[in-house]
Design a protein around this ligand. Structure first.
Ligand SMILES: Nc1ncnc2c1ncn2[C@@H]1O[C@H](COP(=O)(O)OP(=O)(O)OP(=O)(O)O)[C@@H](O)[C@H]1O
Length: 533
């Protein structure tokens, strides 16, 4: 293991996916079905003028990598124009359910994995380029990504990491110097947009869909080989694969998925397209496409215009959709276990873990220690209902509550005025009946809070550590994109820095914690997005 940071073009890559699984070696990029294989070896397609736009310092340091200059061999690797000697790039084969329907073979249509790097702690991390050109899985598309969606993936995956949400990471954002034609809302208004490539990083990018494809095509040897690979490499604590271990592994995937979803619900993250090919086998948030952040707390909200008909992936549906997706994974690996009874209890593990994790997170957000779970649950549900029935910014509400609740605890005589001030700060609009409902809830909560033993100061610290001040608000991402498209990277860099410490006050950046401005309420790219990227 090396301690001196090195340039990625000099780095030593491992290739466990390629070496331990079955791959098609032809390097042929023509779109086609690829039965019989886990992956296809394929090289990225070079771009005209790769140059670095953003770099994630901490992740790079963790991977033992040094920041490259704007142009040069390292950036050429991050754009797919050059390869390090040890790389064996590949695109993985997977299938999936999209919006509830089986879609057949999908696969990495524009993602190409370069191999794995060993981090300073000895763990291994796969580096994958998104937008690096066609692969056998590109179907009718071009294998490219636009700057708009790449900025969104780069910024948001790192912001999620710093919020403590399980996620894939992003190492670099590189402009390609090329233009890519996209119809942003699939409404006949195609236009050229600048192209970009994100190098993203995770222990593995294997998804539920990687298993589903083998059930669909009856490739049982490949199914087992992939499960064994994932267990041995990523769940070694479970022991050598066996029918019992496959079942315990499924339980662990259920548990991790529940923890991920509990975190999404606690910060107001809406994934937007929770197809089974977007569910990581490690319980990580994967594919930052038409995602968004709740501004007014609204369980029916999704930014994804493709989903406006059914709102299948709206905020409030996410816990249920993850369960449905886990059931599809269970179906896919059923041939590996003794029967459905070996897997069914794991779905309860999902439900229970989701419940307990959400409960614990909510206690933290409200500065409480565990009390009577049923009464607490009723208190939490009453808050969710009062928030949903009004137009209150989720992030501002909880952050402001972290200041106000301990202050009222210290000086209860000013309570009423302070609660009203909190609501005024968090609300986009407030009808008298909505205000009454929220004030009623705050009084009920305050009675519960008064039973706490901790000092107001301790409660305040606990709440501030649970309620972020800064999230990647939809309009901020859009502003950063519009500036980046004109060559101005200042907001992008500022957001990167501020979102590294989302729980810190950072008063000099207070403007980045502001509620959504009026102009952004219905703005395309901010309030509404599509899968076009
Ligand atoms: N421009 C494109 N060229 C080729 N394939 C694409 C393109 N956009 C999407 N795909 C493929 O379509 C499928 C579903 O797309 P989706 O938008 O969920 O994925 P994505 O954003 O490309 O990728 P990922 O899930 O890897 O983050 C995937 O198989 C994906 O690789």
């Amino acid at each position: 293991m090396t301690t001196t940071p090195q340039s990625i073009d000099q780095a030593s890559f491992r290739n466990s996916f390629v070496e331990e699984l079955r791959g098609e070696a032809s390097m042929d990029k023509n779109p086609r079905q690829v039965p019989g294989y886990h992956y296809s070896r394929v090289d990225p397609t070079p771009v005209p003028d790769p140059h670095l736009l953003a770099w994630s310092e901490e992740l790079a340091a963790f991977l033992g990598l040094q920041r490259p200059p704007e142009r040069g061999p390292a950036v050429e690797v991050l754009a797919g124009n050059r390869q390090a000697a040890t790389m064996k790039p590949f695109a993985a084969r997977y299938g999936g359910h999209q919006f509830g329907n089986w879609a057949g073979q999908l696969g990495d249509g524009r993602a190409i994995s370069l191999g794995e790097l060993t981090a300073v702690d000895g763990t291994t991390w796969e580096v994958q380029l998104k937008g690096a050109g066609p692969t056998p899985y590109s179907r009718r598309a071009d294998g490219r990504a636009v700057l708009r969606s790449s900025v969104r993936e780069f910024l948001c995956s790192e912001a999620m990491y710093h919020l403590g949400v399980p996620t894939t990471r992003a190492l670099s954002l590189v402009a390609t110097g090329d233009e890519v034609i996209r119809d942003m809302f699939y409404n006949g208004n195609a236009r050229p947009e600048p192209g970009a490539i994100v190098a993203r990083v995770a222990p593995t990018f294997v998804r539920f869909g990687n298993f589903q494809i083998f059930l669909a095509t009856g490739e049982m040897d490949n199914l087992r080989a992939l499960a064994d690979y994932v267990i041995r490499r990523h769940y070694p604590e479970l022991g050598e694969p066996s029918p019992e271990v496959y079942a315990r592994w499924f339980e662990e995937v259920c548990r991790r998925t529940a923890i991920m979803i509990a975190h999404w619900q606690s910060v107001g993250f809406v994934h937007g397209v929770m197809n089974t090919d977007n569910m990581s086998i490690l319980g990580l948030t994967i594919d930052y496409g038409p995602y968004g952040w709740l501004e007014p707390y609204d369980p029916d909200w999704t930014p994804n215009t493709t989903d406006f008909g059914g709102r299948r992936y709206a905020f409030g549906q996410q816990p249920r959709v993850a369960l449905w997706n886990l059931m599809q994974l269970g179906q896919a690996i059923l041939p590996l276990v003794s029967g459905v009874e070996a897997l069914n209890p794991s779905l309860d593990v999902y439900i229970n873990t989701l419940g307990t994790t959400r409960y614990e997170i909510m206690l933290g957000k409200l500065g409480l220690t565990a009390g009577n779970p049923e009464e607490d649950q009723a208190l939490f549900e009453a808050l969710e209902q009062a928030l949903a029935e009004s137009e209150v910014d989720m992030t501002v509400f909880f952050r402001q509550l972290s200041h106000t609740a301990p202050a009222v605890l210290a000086a209860p005589e000013n309570g009423d005025a302070q609660w009203r001030e909190l609501l005024a700060a968090a609300a986009y609009s407030m009808a008298p009946a909505e205000e009454q409902a929220l004030l009623g809830w705050l009084q009920r909560y305050f009675v519960r809070l008064q039973q706490e033993q901790a000092s107001p100061e301790t409660i305040r610290e606990k709440m501030l550590a649970a309620n972020p001040k800064y999230v990647l608000r939809n309009y901020l991402a859009q502003q950063a994109i519009e500036a980046a498209e004109t060559g101005d990277l200042s907001l992008l860099s500022r957001l990167m820095e501020v979102l590294k410490k989302p729980f810190d006050e950072q008063p000099e950046h207070h403007d980045l914690a502001a509620k959504r401005p009026d102009w952004a309420r219905d703005k395309p790219g901010s309030a509404t997005l599509s899968c076009s990227s």
